[in-house]
Ligand binder design. Structure first.
Ligand code: WT7
Length: 692
């Protein structure tokens, strides 16, 4: 197994460039599902034999009608009769996307009351599993609604009104979806910040979003590590004090008293009375917090994602369109039905996957979900499968990086647990490599699960390309097909459309209801980042290749972003954190392949003449990155170099740095005649650490 793991990145690359599978391979699918396997959800929309391609054609040719029909299954207070309207070409006027503009609805109502009214009040919405085995609880749809109303009252008592921003800095506890839904209920905009982010990263996001209220908890444990959430939140609030709109109130939940502590910590969170959530609940008992009926295009949430120029981008999603596509893609990709399926999205709610496929998608479909506070490695690598067995999970949504970390351990860690109900395993975050696919298929799925890779982004809200089991042969080397309603295209370096099989920059030609509408407070950056590069198209920032049957393989970012364990990081942001160290003249960071994490940052730094790198300086630099961004961004290697490869105009030639980071001494470095000083190349190699 380990041998297999070690070759994973290489085999991945080999796969991307090998000749791709012909569609005819469908006839020889490795998995032969029963006749009606997982196409029941489809049949509701498209009676007759399941034919993904035909359905796809309908969805793009009559896009408006298609999406409006889907939206008809959801509750609207008023329907304006309008469908999908958009302009992707900034030369022709303002770039915009609207869906059902003028209609009135509420997403939280659709997630809760709509299901309760249809008789699902006693169905379990979430089965919570704590960090420590044995800490667990469940909540039904009715109970969830009660908690949401209670939370909404507290927010209202703190002056939160429709359109206000509420920052949520919480671990994976039921209160997180509760808080998200409470915002949605009263028309406030949530901005969830992943609980692994540092106080500076939190402060930056809180400031940028102009959050009125910050919700956090005392602390939590990730495996045996104690994360002092309240303390981090307090530090962040201090940083925000001079902001245009400083945080007006902090609300702190007491989580620790409800869980088993795996290790001892002497820290006790300092919670002032006015921050204590329980006191606030008591004070808000008589506050009225009814469902706020909002406009289709009112914002539902902001979620920050890395930007290639450094500052994170506040992606804005609105109400009706996001709701419609979250509902539909959840239903189709995971075959959501009103039965006893137990679904588990392993992503944290701090990322878009947790928003769309951990909260909104499953609740809109009335599903029962697992919500897991811990990590797959604690107490050991069997934890995921223990939970799958305990709750008879039938649908799992995971990531290649999680799979790679688990497959390095004995197979018994999986096979000792019941997986008899498991039938769909979705993956997201990075390209799936054949080794990880094979392990999921053979060891986890015992050849009877559909493995569905899904490609999408924070910005796209919902799936763009999927390896849906009714259309894509169940083989690791088969690419993904466009999801219903999505029209991708590949562009060459001149911005011309690539016809037929080939490779290029992945763009999307037509709007879909669930896509982002703008960047919070920065419409100009929205247009410049996503529409200006190729007028008339949405630019994904990824490269892809395509075969004659319209299967796509996403090959990775074409900009300065890297993907570490499925999380996008900006090289510029890491560089500026490193360069904050007074001993550093300049820092350049590139992504380099990693067996488990997919990619990791590798840093090159220059120092003032005569100064040498010491273990202390290196430690300081790592600490700065950890403190400014978070542990995930800390470079694997920090290499000193006397100089960086630059063009005469001063641009760093990262292509060369990538080769050095990868240790490819014989690699073709491409054209080096543009370098201001090519002796730098030999210097780079001679300073490469041996253990890199
Ligand atoms: C970037 C988006 C969507 C939720 C997780 C990440 C990469 C995502 C895949 C996949 C190849 C993938 C792309 C994309 N990516 N899924 N199935 N195959 N690459 O959301 O942080 O917005 O990152 O992740 O590079 O642009 P995100």
């Amino acid at each position: 197994m380990l041998r297999c793991l070690r070759v994973a990145p290489l085999s991945l690359r080999a796969n991307l460039h090998s000749s791709v599978h012909p569609w005819s391979a469908a006839a020889q699918r490795a998995v032969a599902p029963p006749e009606d396997f997982n196409d029941r959800a489809f049949k509701e929309y498209f009676p007759g034999p399941c034919n993904y391609r035909q359905q796809y054609n309908e969805s793009v040719h009559n896009g408006d009608e298609f999406w409006t029909n889907v939206a008809n299954e959801l509750h609207f207070r008023r329907r304006s009769g309008k469908g999908l309207e958009y302009n992707f070409d900034h030369r022709k006027g303002e770039v915009f996307v609207k869906f059902m503009d003028g209609s009135i609805t509420n997403v939280a109502y659709n997630c809760l009351e709509k299901n309760i009214i249809s008789g699902m009040g006693n169905k379990v919405a979430y089965k919570w599993e704590g960090n420590v085995k044995g800490d667990a609880c469940e909540i039904t749809y009715s109970e969830l609604r009660d908690k949401v109303v209670e939370f909404a009252r507290v927010l209202k008592s703190r002056g939160v009104k429709k359109g206000d921003v509420v920052a949520l800095y919480l671990p994976m506890i039921i209160d997180l979806p509760v808080a998200m839904l409470a915002c949605a209920r009263i028309g406030a905009i949530h901005s969830v910040v992943f609980a692994g982010f540092s106080s500076n990263a939190l402060a930056e996001r809180v400031k940028q979003a102009g959050a009125k209220v910050l919700v956090t908890c005392d602390g939590f444990y990730r495996a045996e590590k104690y994360i002092p959430m309240k303390q981090i939140a307090d530090d962040a609030v201090k940083v925000c004090e001079d902001a245009k709109h400083p945080v007006e109130s902090v609300l702190c939940l007491e989580h620790l008293k409800t869980v088993t502590r795996p290790s001892h910590t002497t820290d006790k969170a300092l919670i002032r009375d006015e921050e204590n959530f329980e006191f606030a609940v008591n004070d808000a008992k008589d506050v009225f917090a009814p469902v706020e009926w909002v406009q289709a295009e009112d914002p539902l949430f902001i979620l920050y994602t890395s930007g290639s120029t450094g500052a994170p981008k506040g992606v804005v999603h609105t109400t009706a369109g996001y709701m419609t596509t979250a509902y539909y893609s959840q239903k189709v990709t995971f075959d959501a039905q009103a039965n006893n399926d137990v679904y588990w999205c392993m992503a944290d709610c701090g990322w878009i996957t947790g928003h769309t496929y951990g909260v909104y998608g499953p609740l809109l479909n009335g599903m029962t979900s697992v919500l897991f506070e811990g990590v797959p490695s604690y107490p050991d690598y069997s934890r995921t499968w223990e939970i799958v067995g305990k709750h008879k999970v039938s649908k799992l949504y995971t990531s290649p990086t999680a799979v790679r970390s688990m497959m390095a351990h004995p197979e018994e860690m999986v096979t000792n647990y019941d997986r008899s109900q498991l039938n769909i395993i979705g993956t997201v975050g990075e390209p799936m490599n054949p080794c990880a696919w094979k392990w999921l298929h053979e060891v986890v799925g015992e050849r009877s699960c559909a493995i569905v890779d899904t490609y999408w982004q924070t910005e796209t809200g919902t799936h763009l390309l999927t390896a849906h089991h009714s259309a894509v042969p169940q083989e690791s080397s088969c690419g993904n097909l466009p999801f219903h309603g999505i029209v991708p295209a590949l562009l060459d370096e001149n911005g011309k459309k690539v016809k037929g099989p080939g490779s290029g920059t992945l763009v999307i030609e037509k709007a879909w209801p669930g896509m982002m509408r703008t960047l919070w407070g920065d419409y100009e950056r929205f247009v410049n980042t996503y529409f200006a590069p190729f007028p008339g198209y949405y630019f994904t920032g990824d490269g892809a290749k395509r075969d004659a049957e319209n299967h796509y393989w996403v090959t990775g970012r074409v900009d300065d972003l890297m993907n570490v364990s499925g999380h996008l990081l900006s090289t510029a942001e890491i560089e500026s954190a490193l360069a904050a160290n007074p001993n550093i003249v300049e820092a350049a960071v590139v992504a380099t392949p990693h067996d488990v994490k997919g990619q990791v940052p590798y840093a090159f730094i220059t120092m003032p003449e005569g100064q040498v790198m010491t273990p202390e300086i290196e430690k300081e630099m790592r600490a700065t990155v950890r403190q400014r961004i978070g542990a995930i961004a800390v470079p694997d290697v920090i290499q000193f170099t006397p100089g960086l490869p630059k063009t005469r105009s001063g641009k760093i030639v990262r292509r060369i740095l990538r080769k050095v980071a990868e240790g490819e001494r014989n690699a073709d470095l491409g054209d080096i005649t543009t370098l201001a000083d090519d002796t730098v190349i030999a210097e780079l190699w001679s300073h490469r650490p041996e253990n890199a």
